[in-house]
Design a protein around this ligand. Sequence first.
Ligand SMILES: [Zn+2]
Length: 94
Amino acid sequence: MATIVQYTDAHPAHNGYPARIISPTRSSPCCFSSMEPVGGPQQEGRWMYQYKRCRTCGYAVRVVGREIPDTALLADFVSAERPRLLACPAPYIT
Ligand SMILES: [Zn+2]
């Protein structure tokens, strides 16, 4: 998974999203409360991610979110389970 964040202390922090984000190499105490999303959610393969950047010092990270379900795998699972589920006896209700 490639990233657009370049970590360096040789250049000042810069938000060049979506091409490149220059970030300090280390986070600072300000990052705990000043991180904000940069751009929208992105998809690579079956993963969703989003860049976040500190408003104060410019420290940036890519936050990997959820995995997108494999619909083909789910379809196989459902079709394999359906006959077994239908074979279960209905509960006896009085
Ligand atoms: Zn910060």
